[in-house]
Every structure is written in structure tokens, then in C-alpha cells.
Design a protein around this ligand. Structure first.
Ligand code: PLP
Length: 488
């Protein structure tokens, strides 16, 4: 493809992307395809002779689009949102146009410099403490691909710090703490690093949040057993319920009595809500600022910047570089050697890194703090509307308190007298199976301490009040049918 062919294909691509967004509302949310559908449509091997690009672009429309779940659809309420804005797409386009792997400052100075700036801008709009800013040259922020990567990096750094402080402790005595509601990223970090993992139990009465006293008990038990907890992965906005661990209590326990334990706060979804001062208290910003060694939030979930845009801030950058700096001769540079510039390769697991900060810069400037605040409050208002419908209904009940833009509920009709948990679970599995069979709307199932339930998470910019009314109508109708069938 030459420059002029690229120009033509590029204009067409933008036109087609615009048409896609114009038609999005009329598309099914869930694709109507069966496993293996694509292999039947494509040749068994790549072509020997290159093909005309127009053919390829048309085949994208024909074969690829029908196999996509439309996460930007106004009726996509599953998992958590996967942000995507036009400014962000353009940022990615420009970034990919120069394909700069930016691992050291010297191999693309602006990649490093812009990342350091936008991470400080992001820290500012979220209200994070100055000690997390890159300008301190002590703490700092780095863009990771995912929150799983961020937790893994934090765990590697915490382990390295702990071993340096306690050289006599054998590796097999180390233990990573999560809660039973921590995202699977905790277990995965343990799996990858060969570490013991202990998931501390949380209860519905405590709104699925870890309490300081429960942590204290676990720390004592493990100390008595000769184990060494070295990191706790706490959460602000858990996946299944939106729970917020009691960071104020946990922070006191860790920092006053167990200062060698690293506190990582995973706020992959909810963290972006910190942009609104009115949600800072429920998201425990003061405790994050006082106690967290590291903090992560994904702008690629609720934060208008699309995948991959996971932010990790640390209070001491040397804990990352002490753990992750491996510098053979071919990676050395003058600036790296004399410490006058950040080499971000030493702040993450990989070497080459995409120029992700460009899309941050585009979106942060284009929307401004107010644009982010509006997006968050719009979604929360829509969730209030949904929660209000659930509250008023005699069919449904909440399984967790609605939080920000997440409602977790189940079918629990008042007409049923004293149903047992297994009975209600069976009813709700049948109810969810009906929802999941629909292609025009998407929810996710989950389980909270043995209770099967349905999650509704709002986050695309295209969802409006009418979509919430429709969602309430759909759950109401499917709930009635599920109940009728179940009663027979
Ligand atoms: N943490 C929480 C609370 C999540 O809900 C999720 C995903 O939904 C993750 C972490 C994982 O995020 P990522 O896909 O960026 O690793």
C-alpha cells in the first residue's frame, strides 16, 4: 500500500467507523454466531499473492463485524464498560502511525515525557496525593496495559522490597493477601510468581468489604504459622458487588503495626469516579492518599480512554526499578546511566511499550476535568434510575447496595413465601439464562457468598434514560416468565 492508497483507505475507514456508530443502536449487542463460524468463511491459509485492500476492507464488514460483541452499544450492561471515544481512537491512530516502542527516554523522548505529564494530570484530576506525582522524582505514575499487569508489577515490587528488608525469610514463606472479593488478578499474580495466596473472607453485613480487625486476625494467625504476608491487594469497587475495602482501618493496621506489608489498591473500575469530589469519600480517597503504596485505576474501563490505559501510581519509584531494572549493554543510554530521565521499561514487566500517553493527552484535553465529571455523574444518574426501578418492584431485591454505576440484584418475588437460598438461586439461574439468551441487551451473572445474582453496569456514553426504561422492562418481563415456568 502506498501513501495515496493509504490516504483513500484511511478516509474510507473513518467513514465506515462513523457509519458503524450511527447504526450501533440498531445492531444486536451480542453477535449471532456459533463457535467456529469464522474458520468456515475464511481460506485455510494466508494468500500467496497480496490482495487488493478494498477486498480486505469489505471483508471486515462482512466477516468480522458480525462476530463482534458491541461493547459501545447503549444496551451493553455486562462486565464493566470498555471506554472508547473518538478522541481516543485518533490518539491511537497517530500513535500507531509512528510505531515508537519508547522503552527508554532516549529511543523516543516524547513518549516518556508525555507519559510522565499525563500521569501527573490524571493524578491531579483524581485528587491523588502529590507524593504519587512524577514531578516529585520519588513517586510516580506509569501506564500499564491492564490492572492485572499493574497488580503483578506491584506484587513483584513488594516482594523485592520485603526480601531486601528481611533477607533471612525464605521465598516459600511469603504470602500474598487478597479478599474473597478481590478480582482474579490476585490469584493470578500468586500463580505466576509461585506465591501462597490467602483470600480473607468478607461478609454481606460488611458490604463485602475487608475490615481492619479481620486483617489483624489473619496477620497474627500467619505470623504464628511462620508465614510472612508481604502485600495486601485491596479493592475500591469490587467486580461482583462494587464493595470498597475499609482502607481507613486497613491502612492503620498495616502502616502502624505491619509496615513491611505493601498496600496495593485496585480501583480498576471505580477509581475514575474520584474525578468527582462528591465520590471521594465513598471511594476512600483520604485513606488511599495516606496509606497506599500503589494505586491502580483503568481509564479503559469507565474513563473515556480506550484499552489499554491502566494507570499505576507508586509512592516510591525505586521499589519498581530495584525489582525490575535489568540493563544489558545494548539497553544502556547516557540519560539512563546518569539518572536524568525515566526509562519506563524498568517500571513494568515488558521492554517495548506502546505510545499510550498520546490518547490520554487527546482525551484529557478534549474533555477537560468537567467532561470526565459529566460522564461519571451521567452514568451514576442512570444507575440511580435503574436502582429506583428495582427498589420499587415487588419482583426484585438488591444483593448489594447499588454503588456508583453498578446494581447487583436478583429475582426474589414477594409472592414466594420463605424461599430457601438454593431455591432462589435455581430461579435466578433460570432468570439469567433467559437474559443471556437475548441478543438485544447484555448483563453479567455473578455470585456473592453463595447467592446467585445479576449485575447491571452502566458506562457507555450512548446510554440514555430510555435505555434504562427498556432494561427495566426487559428484566421485569423475563423475571415474570422465569417465575411462571419455575412455579409450574
Ligand atoms: N480489578 C477489578 C475490580 C475489575 O473489575 C477488573 C475487571 O473487570 C480488573 C481488575 C481487571 O482489569 P484488567 O482487564 O485491566 O486487568
Amino acid at each position: 500500500m502506498d501513501i495515496e492508497q493509504f490516504r483513500r483507505a484511511g478516509y474510507q475507514a473513518i467513514d465506515r467507523i462513523c457509519d458503524y456508530y450511527i447504526s450501533l443502536r440498531n445492531r444486536p449487542v451480542i453477535p449471532q454466531v456459533e463457535p467456529g463460524y469464522l474458520r468456515k468463511l475464511l481460506p485455510a491459509s494466508a494468500p500467496t499473492v497480496g490482495e487488493d485492500f478494498q477486498l480486505i476492507a469489505d471483508d471486515y464488514q462482512k466477516y468480522i463485524l458480525p462476530g463482534l460483541t458491541h461493547w459501545q452499544h447503549p444496551s451493553f450492561f455486562a462486565y464493566f464498560p470498555a471506554a472508547c471515544t473518538f478522541e481516543s481512537i485518533l490518539g491511537e491512530l497517530y500513535a500507531s502511525s509512528t510505531s515508537n516502542p519508547g522503552f527508554n527516554w532516549s529511543v523516543g523522548p516524547v513518549c516518556t515525557e508525555l507519559e510522565a505529564v499525563v500521569m501527573d494530570w490524571s493524578a491531579q484530576i483524581l485528587g491523588l496525593d502529590r507524593s504519587f506525582y512524577n514531578t516529585t522524582e520519588v513517586g510516580g505514575g506509569v501506564i500499564q496495559a491492564t490492572a492485572c499487569d499493574a497488580a503483578l508489577v506491584a506484587t513483584v515490587a513488594a516482594r523485592s522490597r520485603y526480601i531486601r528488608e528481611h533477607p533471612q525469610v525464605p521465598m516459600e514463606k511469603l504470602i500474598l493477601y487478597t479478599t474473597t472479593q478481590t478480582h482474579s488478578l490476585g490469584k493470578k499474580a500468586g500463580l505466576i510468581l509461585g506465591l501462597k495466596v490467602r483470600a480473607l473472607p468478607v461478609t454481606a453485613e460488611d458490604e463485602f468489604a475487608l475490615r481492619g480487625e479481620n486483617l489483624e486476625v489473619a496477620l497474627k494467625e500467619d505470623a504464628d504459622a511462620g508465614l510472612h504476608p508481604f502485600i495486601l491487594i485491596a479493592t475500591v469497587g469490587t467486580t461482583s458487588s462494587g464493595g470498597v475495602d475499609k482502607l481507613d482501618e486497613i491502612g492503620v493496621v498495616v502502616k502502624e503495626n505491619h509496615p513491611s506489608v505493601w498496600l496495593h489498591v485496585d480501583a480498576a473500575w471505580a477509581g475514575v469516579a474520584l474525578v468527582c469530589p462528591e465520590y471521594r469519600e465513598v471511594c476512600q480517597l483520604a485513606a488511599i492518599n495516606s496509606y497506599a503504596d500503589s494505586f491502580c485505576t483503568n481509564f479503559h474501563k469507565w474513563g473515556l480512554i480506550h484499552f489499554d490505559a491502566s494507570c499505576l501510581w507508586v509512592r516510591h519509584r525505586t521499589h519498581l526499578t530495584d525489582a525490575l531494572d535489568v540493563t544489558p549493554e545494548y539497553l544502556r543510554s547516557k540519560r539512563g546511566d546518569d539518572g536524568t530521565a525515566i526509562d519506563y521499561r524498568n517500571w513494568n514487566l515488558n521492554l517495548s511499550r506502546r505510545f499510550r500517553s498520546l490518547k490520554f493527552w487527546f482525551v484529557l484535553r478534549s474533555r477537560g476535568t468537567e467532561g470526565f465529571q459529566k460522564h461519571i455523574t451521567d452514568c451514576i444518574k442512570l444507575n440511580d434510575q435503574f436502582a429506583q426501578g428495582i427498589r420499587k418492584s415487588d419482583q426484585f431485591s438488591f444483593v448489594a447496595k447499588p454503588f456508583l454505576a453498578l446494581t447487583v440484584f436478583r429475582l426474589a418475588p414477594e409472592s414466594l413465601s420463605h424461599p430457601t437460598t438454593p431455591e432462589l438461586n435455581a430461579l435466578n439461574r433460570a432468570f439469567y439464562a433467559r437474559l443471556a439468551a437475548r441478543s438485544d441487551i447484555a448483563f453479567t451473572q455473578t455470585e456473592l457468598n453463595g447467592v446467585f445474582c445479576v449485575r447491571m453496569a452502566i458506562g457507555t456514553e450512548r446510554t440514555v434514560e430510555g435505555d434504562i426504561d427498556r432494561a427495566l422492562a426487559v428484566v421485569g418481563e423475563e423475571g415474570r416468565i422465569a417465575l411462571r415456568k419455575w412455579e409450574r
